[in-house]
Design a protein around this ligand. Structure first.
Ligand code: UD1
Length: 457
């Protein structure tokens, strides 16, 4: 299957070279989001399926020649990017459920024949998670050629743990012309892989590869993120033998083959935390439908300590906050079950308008404070000291034109806009479209004044 056989909703647009700069953008183009702040949020927001679960789950389709059906797949540019990559490996797609914001889509992926094991730079550079095809391709086909993703706005983010882990499973891995070339013509063999630090992507890549390796693989110091557990749940439904997910040691006993399965994607805990924080900054009372307090764990504790009220409901949980109720709090990002780095920027927007001072420390990524100068343009009082930011809460932010720099940074600016007086415009919305499904619709339905201004096409 070529990318052009993809269902239209999953196809990347064909663009002229002059438009190529925009092609990381899915459908967002150079759109802007305009926010008029100062309105409380009331109503309900339905939480989508998790992007960070959907991506490895889609890559897992490469492990079997039968159909893997995923439900609750969010409408996001990153999903489109991976669908295009998988299609050029030969994966066939069919899709249902275009409709409501609430339902996500059902996508059936069939890798009956993999006729191309190269993941080209053009697609991989758009999204680092493309590297998740490496483990499944080597395990199923005995070879893969995957471009290194190249520079990334939030740090160097190498793939050394992925490469070393595959070598420990018996693959020969080299670098050639910016590509990782991995070969295991006689298949992979189980091994003990002890990670020097926690990596979500390396855990997922090697867990998938180990499913088709001979014998037992132990992943020590493995990531415990719920998205890793969701991937394991799906792999088990496909016939894999995996134990220990949710702990720091995952044990995989390899099988000769996996089969098809149906899997519903876990709710997006980062989207959940983002909307809970939106209620914190804007004030109001919103039910997050499909969300779960257990899934956001330490984030729920942190938000309660910062003054938000969170209460479980039959459909998810309710979050409420009155004006003046927010208190500053110290936060340090850590691997799960710690506070997620993917909510660090949003938390900074929240405490920018809290009473008192807060210290936010980023331990996962270097250079993940690019939202700081933009928040400062809106009147936030933030001082950076290495990996920590000291934020002194101000009573009110002021609207301003600001620029998104990465996915989570961009949504933090939308949150700041909800708290600001006057108008905020957030540029480079394509970052947002990588990870937030219909953000402006979800917020407007709760009374926010948020709209997308379409760039001229
Ligand atoms: C995933 C998430 C991302 C989240 C991150 C941390 C997906 C699709 N993306 O990214 O949203 O911010 O987890 O929770 O799930 N590292 C290395 N060498 C490696 C691999 C990682 O040095 O081989 C470093 C990274 O540069 C980073 C840290 O390890 O500093 C953690 O990265 P990792 O957990 O691998 O993040 P991703 O899987 O890329």
């Amino acid at each position: 299957m070529t990318p052009h056989d993809l269902p239209e909703d999953l196809r990347l647009a064909t663009r002229s070279p002059a438009q190529a700069a925009q092609d990381a953008i899915g459908r967002g183009g150079m759109d802007q989001i305009r926010i008029c702040g100062g309105r409380p949020l009331r109503g309900e927001i339905r939480i989508s399926g998790a992007k960070n679960a959907a991506l490895p789950l889609m890559a897992a389709s490469l492990l079997t020649d039968e159909t893997l059906t995923l439900t609750g797949v969010p409408h996001l540019a990153d999903i489109t990017t991976l669908a295009n990559l998988l299609a050029q490996h030969g994966v066939g797609f069919s899709m249902n459920g275009e409709g409501a914001v609430s339902d996500g889509r059902e996508i059936a992926l069939t890798a009956a024949i993999i006729d191309n094991t190269t993941a080209p730079y053009d697609l991989v550079r758009k999204m680092r998670a493309s590297a998740l095809v490496l483990g499944p391709l080597v395990a199923r086909c005995g070879e893969a050629r995957v471009s290194l993703p190249g520079g990334c706005a939030i740090g160097t983010r190498p793939l050394d743990l992925h490469i070393k882990g595959l070598q420990q499973l018996g693959a020969e891995v080299g670098l050639d012309n910016g590509y990782i070339e991995a070969r295991a013509p006689k298949g992979l063999t189980g091994a003990e892989i002890a990670f020097p630090f926690v990596s979500v992507g390396a855990t997922e890549n090697l867990m998938m590869a180990a499913c088709l390796a001979k014998g037992e693989t132990r992943l020590v110091n493995a990531a415990r993120e719920p998205e890793v557990a969701d991937l394991a749940k799906c792999l088990i439904a496909m016939g894999a033998d995996i134990s220990g997910t949710g702990t720091d040691t995952i044990v995989v006993r390899g099988a000769d083959r996996l089969h098809g399965a149906h899997h519903h994607i876990v709710a997006d805990r980062i989207e959940t935390g983002t909307y809970a924080m939106a209620v914190g900054v804007a004030g109001g009372n919103v039910e997050l439908v499909g969300a779960s307090l257990e899934l956001i764990g330490v984030v729920a504790d942190t938000l309660r300590a910062a003054g938000l009220e969170l209460e479980a409901t039959d459909r998810g949980f309710r979050v409420a906050c009155e004006p003046g109720q927010l208190t500053g709090i110290d936060v340090m990002t850590e691997p799960y079950p710690g506070f997620p780095t993917d909510l660090q920027a949003q938390m900074m927007a929240l405490v920018s308008v809290a009473n008192g001072a807060s210290m936010i420390t980023e331990t996962i990524f270097e250079n993940r404070f690019m939202h700081v100068p933009e928040l400062a343009r809106m009147g936030a009082n933030i001082n950076l000291h290495g990996a920590s930011a000291m934020i002194r809460g101000v009573p009110q932010l002021t609207g301003a034109p600001v620029m998104a720099t990465d996915l989570r940074a961009s949504v933090s600016l939308v949150l700041a806009g909800l708290a600001a007086s006057g108008e905020t415009t957030v540029g480079r919305v394509y970052h947002l479209d990588r990870g937030y499904e219909r953000l402006e619709e979800k917020l407007s339905a709760c009374g926010a004044e948020v709209e997308r201004i379409k760039a001229a096409r």
